[in-house]
Design a protein around this ligand. Sequence first.
Ligand SMILES: C[S@@+](CC[C@H](N)C(=O)[O-])C[C@H]1O[C@@H](n2cnc3c(N)ncnc32)[C@H](O)[C@@H]1O
Length: 436
Amino acid sequence: MTTRTLPPAAYDKVTATVGRDTGEQRTATLWTHAAALVRHAHDHGLAPTDDRPAGPDGLLKSLESLADCHPSLAPLADPAVLPLWEQPLNATAWAAIEEFWDRHPALEDEHRVDGYALGDTYQLLSEEARKGRALCQTPPWVARLLLRLSLEPAMEEWGPANVRMIDPACGTGHIAVAAFHMTRVPPVRGRRPAPVGHGPQAVERALAAVTGVDLDAYAVALTAYRLLASSASVLGVSLDRVPASWPVNVTAADSLLDRTEPLLAAGTYHACVANPPYITPKDPVVRDQVRAAYPQVAAGKYSLALPFTALMLEHLAVPDGFVAQLTANSFMKREFGRRYVTEFLPRFDARWIIDTSGAYIPGHGTPTCILVHRARPPVGDTVTVVRGNRGEPHIPEDPAQGLVWRAIEEAVDSRLAWDRFQAGADLARRDGGDTA
Ligand SMILES: C[S@@+](CC[C@H](N)C(=O)[O-])C[C@H]1O[C@@H](n2cnc3c(N)ncnc32)[C@H](O)[C@@H]1O
């Protein structure tokens, strides 16, 4: 499933037009995107009233009424997150926003209401988030593979009702929303009955299992909205009918440096899953703070992806917890990765190394790999490696069906099937031995 979008220049054009009124790009982006979010809520019967906004004032009122639906949506009416109340919009800019979304392809197809397109369009509209914080959506098929190698075995080991996962660089929530659905309807293995997944209990449990943290407060508000929109649509209700007591565990914070945020408490998560930023911090103060907090990995012109690995493996994961990431492979080739490769990673139990550099992952111009570890010293002598031979011969129309990506998924499927077969055979042998 891919979001249908307009050419990138169309997003730049609308924010430039709105920016001529607001005088500031970030606010122009937020006005434009907030209009899409409110449309989404109305189009899918999630808004508490039928009154669609007829102008900028109406949009502000709609945001206030969405913010009242659930405590986790309060940031939608917080001027510190959305400084729209301080920067009113003129009629021309509002008309440009309306015209833009009128000709934009539908924000969801009819079966989806979990806001993938809202995430993708925020990335397209916000140059500041793309360039400043390395916001780059993790496509759903990549999120699914990461979760199959981490959250899924964690659910098998600790039980779906107990498991907790975090994406500490959650962006607009692609991984978090996929994790919500995976915990709501855990995969069926063997002859177990299929779980129901659409009752209130399953939805509340899935919300409780998922956590997201990001520096970008609006992206975090979007993640909260998407988790609630998914919950409400599964239950067939509007957002205000999702009980206020149900947890939506998302917050805006610096995951690398904040040690007071409860959602970043040590030893909490059975699965840590991320597509961390690969950039080097631009601000020299932050660069030094991160270097001081992560001396074991932050050497030279380090990429932020390395401290994120340390954060997940050494701080956030429970003992034995799973850590999966789609990350840049630059650490394999550059000097800053030397200590990480020779001293840091060997301390942990590597499970999978998958070369995704030949796959076409939209937006990810940097060559990537998938790393999956467990937060414990190495166990056994097997690490499963999926090596790349060639890249895509041409850009695939549907990147999820690209030849390289399909080959990776098939390699993973056959290895997982073999592992399950082995585990079953071991069990049968042991049970046979017990009764003999
Ligand atoms: C590659 S994007 C992740 C995208 C996300 N998986 C999604 O699909 O929306 C990297 C994210 O890391 C966030 N980020 C960068 N530095 C951070 C930090 N120190 N703490 C928390 N988040 C951070 C950025 O704001 C950005 O949203």
